[in-house]
Write a protein that binds this ligand. Structure first.
Ligand code: NAD
Length: 499
């Protein structure tokens, strides 16, 4: 049994708390490693190391800091296959999808190579007689991030790349379900030239999260995960005076208008609903066809596509569309919610229950499910299922469809499929959701834009990556300067105003 470590001060360090969590291979159901769960003292030690190392890193000029990231991009490309396989082994997603996980993180690292430009301040020459005014963006100090299991490469990179580019030290508390890739990323950053102590990985659970939230040295906390934990971390972190941004759960609706290309819509729904076993915060989990005729045509197109989905282990290569879900508990929760859908009167059009894969009977596989005639009051509509389960809610009009997306408590992503520019434009304008796709099912913005939902999908005001990340990981300082020649007339006793 492999015993995983923390990564502190440039070295793999064994856990000393005596507490461990099992890391599974979701395809086989076997425990393949044990991850140490840090104590408060272990976290405090990592923070001390970070605090020692950070001032020197902040003093390195931004171009040199960016060069470390440039080299890191090379190393990610060099090790892409190795990283993707390690990721698939612990998460369960297919290797091509795991490469996408690494790639979408890598693209944010590329964006952060622009740090010298992105960190430039503002300058006003002659703001008053002999007075210049300028602002600078300075690092916060020691920052921390808590990440979910579903993107174990991408989301850590979305956090640590901008944090480190800005001159901070960063402590990553990854998901205890799939901690190996985050450890590998820390090693690669050091190989790229990052000084010891600037990126550390402290594995753990609630104990280490609370140790972050109550540590006075840590200046900011980034979190991505489920909404109840996001709310808790936001409230606790803010109460302790930290800068906090938390990204939570989702229930993403896709509206299908009667004029949509139905083949395109069905293909999009299958990819966005079942890719990565539905374990994406931008997965489409609710299809909203407008009109019964649209709904009937859509279901007719969906059923054969869903029935043809190939579910299997990542080791089967490109012959698999999606893999197992992450744990037996996740599988049980999905099965429980599916049963509530049946009990509460939804029509189970494609029944993925009793899915069985020969040779992988102990794996956490869940067959694909499609529900029709789902209504707003049902549990499968209200709650995030985070599995390969697509719910169809029939709307009788565009306004009703828009209202569904608007009224749902989550507001991460949404999409509309139509050939009508006016409907698409109206939808993008009015919907109270953070990321909108027009004939694009998973509208995840690229690295140079920002990522973030609305409503209960987010707590805090700045988005992830793009220009917002450089604001989140820096503080603005504004300097007003006047040199002695400007004060030769003597002191001023009333507040200066611009007349
Ligand atoms: P999770 O909330 O269970 O765990 C996320 C992190 O919080 C992990 O590091 C975990 O160790 C920690 N944690 C868990 N329980 C805790 C507790 N009681 N106190 C303190 N910390 C705790 O989420 P998950 O299952 O790993 O990830 C799936 C969730 O993440 C889904 O809800 C998904 O929608 C969401 N997600 C959101 C986004 C986004 O950008 N909005 C992106 C990816 C995933």
């Amino acid at each position: 049994m492999q015993e995983l470590t923390h990564y502190i001060n440039g070295a793999h360090v064994k856990g000393t708390s005596g507490r461990f969590a099992d890391v599974f291979n979701p395809a086989t159901g076997e425990v393949q490693a044990q991850v140490p769960l840090a104590s408060e003292a272990e976290m405090a030690h990592a923070v001390e190391v970070a605090a020692q190392a950070q001032p020197a890193w902040a003093a390195v000029n931004p171009q040199r800091r960016a060069r470390v990231l440039m080299k890191f991009v090379d190393l990610l490309n060099r090790d892409m296959q190795k990283l993707a396989e390690a990721l698939s082994r612990e998460h369960g997603k297919t290797v091509p999808d795991a490469k996408g996980d690494v790639q979408r993180g890598l693209e944010v690292v590329e964006y952060c190579i622009g740090a010298p430009h992105l960190l430039k301040g503002e300058y006003t020459d002659s703001a008053g007689p002999g007075i210049d005014m300028y602002s600078m963006r300075q690092a916060l100090g020691v920052t921390a991030g808590i990440t979910p299991f579903n993107f174990p490469a991408m989301i850590p990179m979305w956090m640590f790349a901008p944090a480190i580019a800005c001159g901070n030290a960063f402590i990553l508390k990854p998901s205890e379900r799939d901690p190996s890739v985050p450890l590998m990323l820390a090693e690669l950053m050091e190989e790229a030239g990052l000084p010891k102590g600037i990126l550390q990985v402290v594995n753990g659970d609630k104990v280490s999260v609370d140790a972050i939230l109550h540590n006075d040295t840590i200046q900011s906390v980034g979190f991505v995960g489920s909404t109840p934990i996001a709310e808790y971390i936001y409230a606790t972190g803010c109460a302790n005076g930290k800068r906090v941004q938390c990204f939570g759960g989702a229930k993403n609706h896709m509206i299908i208008m009667p004029d949509a290309d139905m083949d395109q819509a069905a293909d999009a729904l299958v990819g966005a609903g079942y890719g990565a076993a539905g374990e994406r915060c931008m997965a489409i989990s609710v299809a909203v066809p407008v009109g019964d005729e649209t709904a009937d045509r859509l279901i007719e197109k969906l059923v054969p596509r869903i029935e043809a989905l190939k579910v299997g282990p990542y080791t089967a290569g490109t012959d698999v569309d999606y893999g197992p879900v992450v744990t037996a508990a996740a599988k049980a929760n999905i099965e429980r919610l599916v049963q509530t859908g049946i009990d509460q009167g939804a029509t189970l059009v494609v029944d993925g229950r009793n899915f069985n894969l020969q040779g992988y009977e102990d794996g956490f596989f869940v067959g694909p499910h499609l529900f029709d005639n789902v209504t707003k009051d049902m549990d499968i509509y209200k709650h995030e299922i985070f599995g390969p389960v697509l719910s169809t809610v029939r709307a009788q009009s565009y306004e009703e469809a828009l209202g569904l997306a608007m009224d749902h408590e989550y507001g991460n992503g949404t999409a509309i499929f139509t050939r009508d520019g006016d409907a698409a434009r109206d939808f993008a304008n009015r919907v109270n959701v953070g990321m909108v796709g027009i004939n694009v099912p998973i509208p995840v913005p690229l690295a140079y834009h920002t990522f973030g939902g609305w409503k209960k999908s987010v707590f805090g005001d700045l988005n992830q990556h793009g220009p917002d990340a450089f604001k989140f990981y820096t503080r603005t300082k504004t300097v007003t300067s006047r040199w002695p020649s400007g004060i030769k007339e003597g002191g001023e006793f009333s507040i200066p105003v611009m007349e």
